[in-house]
Design a protein around this ligand. Structure first.
Ligand SMILES: [Zn+2]
Length: 265
């Protein structure tokens, strides 16, 4: 008696029922919660997996994705390919000595700026998946077999107000992609005033002694290549303050992965 063909047919039948139910559920979800552009909110064609946010064609074209050639220190685009050790004038003038390399998906303008704003201030944590996907290519250049991820923390009061830490959301997505472990090793101990509108020196003073390493993570950071993760790189003052604490704890190197960067003047 050969049971195999009958069982195979039953399994195939169950699979077809399962696939059919998934398609129907997908259609119902599209009717109730249609896929919308993460930047402008316009309804767009649904994606096959229906799990991620997406961009409409107009917003996608207003996204400046960074591709080589790039500055090896700041990760910003260069007009010419000047070789593997090429540094931009801004990198040569910068005092970002606690950070080895910055890698970023996009320049902070147009759609990238809108995505950051929506993620942080319009209660759209689901955008982290799309933004981390866009970060992935340049982020991969930082990953080694000794890499760990550390997110730039929010002060507990700010975290309570927002409900989530946008840098931690990006970190979780990058953890899934890369397999690098995320350690929430840093704590923000000063609820500093918003950094927008401050000069570089004012930002540094604002952040002085603003972070500390949680004692239970000290041994885990020692000797590791830390990839610090944040949403935006502006003057680098926040990243510098975090990286300083990580170096004090014995981190071998500290790199920075961000979604968008405002090039240093
Ligand atoms: Zn759009």
């Amino acid at each position: 008696m050969n049971l195999l063909p009958q069982h195979t047919a039953q399994n195939k039948y169950r699979l077809n029922i399962g696939s059919f139910a998934k398609i129907i559920w997908h259609q119902i979800k599209e009717l109730i919660w249609p896929t919308t552009c993460g930047a402008c909110g316009q309804i767009i064609a649904p994606l096959p997996n229906h799990n991620t946010s997406a961009l409409c064609p107009a917003c996608y074209h207003k996204l400046t994705i960074i591709t080589p050639p790039i500055c090896q220190h700041l990760g910003t685009p260069l007009p010419y390919d000047l070789g593997k050790e090429a540094h931009s004038p801004a990198a040569l003038a910068s005092s970002l000595h606690h950070i080895s390399r910055v890698r970023t998906a996009s320049l902070y303008k147009g759609t990238a700026q809108t995505l950051v704003h929506n993620l942080k201030y319009r209660n759209m944590p689901q955008l982290a998946q799309l933004m981390a996907t866009l970060m992935r290519q340049n982020f991969n250049a930082l990953v080694t077999d000794k890499s760990i991820l550390v997110s730039v923390p929010l002060h507990p009061v700010r975290l309570w107000q927002r409900g989530y830490n946008q840098a931690e959301l990006l970190c979780h997505q990058l953890e899934n992609y890369s397999g690098c472990i995320h350690y929430p090793a840093l704590k923000r101990i000063k609820n500093t005033a918003p950094q927008v509108g401050l000069t570089k020196q004012q930002r540094q003073e604002n952040l002085q002694n603003g972070f500390k390493l949680a004692p239970q993570f000290i041994g885990l950071v020692t000797g590791q290549n830390v990839i610090l993760v944040d949403d935006v790189f502006t003057t680098g003052a926040t990243a510098q303050a975090c990286a300083h604490q990580l170096h004090l704890a014995g981190a071998r190197t500290v790199d920075l992965a961000v979604f968008a960067t405002v090039p240093l003047a």
